[in-house]
Design a protein around this ligand. Sequence first.
Ligand code: NI
Length: 228
Amino acid sequence: MLVHVPNLLSGEQVAHIRGVLSGTDWVDGKVTAGSQSASAKRNLQVPENAPAARALGDMILTALGQNERFTSSALAMRVFPPLFNRYDQGMNFGAHIDNAIRFVKGANTPIRVRTDMSATLFLTDPADYDGGELVIEDTFGNHSVKLPAGDLVVYSATSKHHVTPVTRGSRWSSFFWIQSMIRDEAARTMLFQLDNTIQSLRKQVGDSDEVVSLTGLYHNLVRRWADA
Ligand code: NI
């Protein structure tokens, strides 16, 4: 599953984040990579525990919590605190699969997040850089993703993916992972499709007996499949 969430952040929010990030320290992106992905990773990141990054991350988490499309597609149990990266000219990230489990630093007892879904929130307008496409490989082929600033893409963390070299400008983004209440991807995908169908049916016919019944079935499937 690959879901595009348009306008997760407003233009003002993107500008605010970029303003704060431009005044912070950036380090080698290998700090959060496993050994295979470290060898493929050439970019810069804001350190995980930088206070500025945490405050910006909270702003993103709030936006996620208010976004219906994200909520319905991810059915999130935990979201890893958003990180921030940057690809300047010549930087890229070769093919890799994200680590299965991530530990949230700073907590007394580290919180484990199983990475069911990966997310990239674009913070640079596509006109401001060349290259830097996020390419996600799945059984249906490659999907090349380059979205307007403020837009989010959420995709299965089981997918191999890479970021092509930036050949002009600089590409800034936030990235993070989601542990879903619905571990099974096929079940999660069906619930998202069912919810979308019910919502559009509701717009056409209102809360008919059938819509109420389908909504009940949706919730009963979530009850059956979800860890909470
Ligand atoms: Ni990755």
